[in-house]
Design a protein around this ligand. Structure first.
Ligand code: PMV
Length: 319
């Protein structure tokens, strides 16, 4: 962003929401549709000029134990991604201090990296920048974390609401009248999205017909998921979630802890549960039909050490 002196500057504050993938993760990498929803949890950034204007940008996010100086040689993925975002948006690279807070755990399949790169793009481009520019800039940072991301995380972090997305196309926002309550449980098992995506690719090479049929089956759940969301059909949605979880397990992207917690959530009153995001750890989501089931599921998950929380899925996002 240009100033009177043409020295790039930053806006004082910016934020972006995290996400869950309702159905279609992994399939979306291979050109099939997927549905993603914004969660209330988010990343917030604030920026102010440093006293020394020629020192590298300082980035501190204590919630993630991040305290970085954005030097081009720093191998930390958050430093590299932040520099990519700043370069792609013609932002400053020296003389600023950025401080962040996050109620999204990192590397949990909840879109923390897209929330960070979207919030950082907004720091440079401002609150009125076209959403497509924000997504494009975010994607240059996301590539550091994910290799070749489908773009779904950046789209939902930038647009909010609930989106149907096909790689390379403009997403469509779903008009959900009644917000849907979901329980989200991070497992705290770290994994790399790029490794999980590579695992599915190996399955496609080993067993092309079977793996592609499974990806197609995941995509076939997108229309019924949309219908269930629009009707607020928590039982139908639960059945879909459980089926999607088993299909993702067939691609070997689940984890014993995810399987165990999905089963526990269903035993305690959830109508269905699935892993969300790349899997192999990360988080699960469960559909709860009412407030008493929500309490029971949250209590059961937390008693195993999973920091479960509930969130509302709603759309479309306010513009
Ligand atoms: O980064 P995660 O865990 O939210 O996974 C993103 C979803 C994938 O479909 C697995 C990858 C992608 O690029 O869409």
């Amino acid at each position: 962003m240009g100033t009177v002196s043409d020295r790039p500057t930053l806006h004082p504050v910016a934020e972006a929401n995290g996400k869950i993938i309702l159905v279609g993760e992994h399939a979306v990498v291979h050109g099939y549709p997927a549905l993603a929803a914004a969660v209330e949890q988010r990343v917030r950034l604030s920026a102010e000029p440093s006293a020394a204007r020629s020192t590298p940008i300082e980035l501190r996010i204590p919630d993630w134990d991040v305290d970085l100086s954005l030097d081009p040689g720093d191998p930390h993925p958050i430093a590299r991604a932040s520099l990519e975002v700043l370069a792609a948006s013609d932002g400053p690279v020296l003389g600023w201090s950025i401080r962040g807070t996050s109620d999204l755990p990192p590397r949990a399949g909840l879109g923390s990296s897209a929330a960070l790169t979207v919030a950082m793009a907004r720091l440079v481009l401002g609150p009125h920048a076209p959403v497509r520019s924000i997504v494009d800039v975010s994607l240059s940072g996301e590539a550091v974390f994910h290799g070749s991301p489908s773009g779904i995380d950046s789209q939902i972090a930038a647009r909010g609401g609930v989106l149907r997305y096909i790689r390379g196309e403009e997403p469509t926002a779903l008009r959900i009248v009644t917000p849907l309550r979901l329980v989200v449980a991070p497992t705290h098992i770290a994994r790399s999205t790029a490794d999980q995506v590579a695992k599915v690719q190996r399955k496609r090479e080993q067993f092309p017909r079977c793996a592609d049929a499974t990806l197609r089956a995941l995509a076939d759940l997108v229309d019924p998921t949309e219908t269930a969301l629009l009707r607020h059909d928590t039982f139908g949605l639960g059945e879909i979630f459980t089926m999607a979880h088993h299909l993702l397990s067939a691609l070997d992207v689940s984890h014993p802890r995810l399987d165990e917690l999905c089963q526990l959530a269903c035993n305690e009153g959830a109508t269905g549960a699935k892993l969300t995001g790349a899997g192999g750890g990360g988080s699960l989501i469960a559909v709860v039909p009412d407030a008493s089931a929500e309490d029971q599921v949250l209590h059961a998950l937390r008693s195993t050490g999973a920091p479960a929380f509930a969130t509302d899925i709603r759309g479309p996002a306010p513009t």
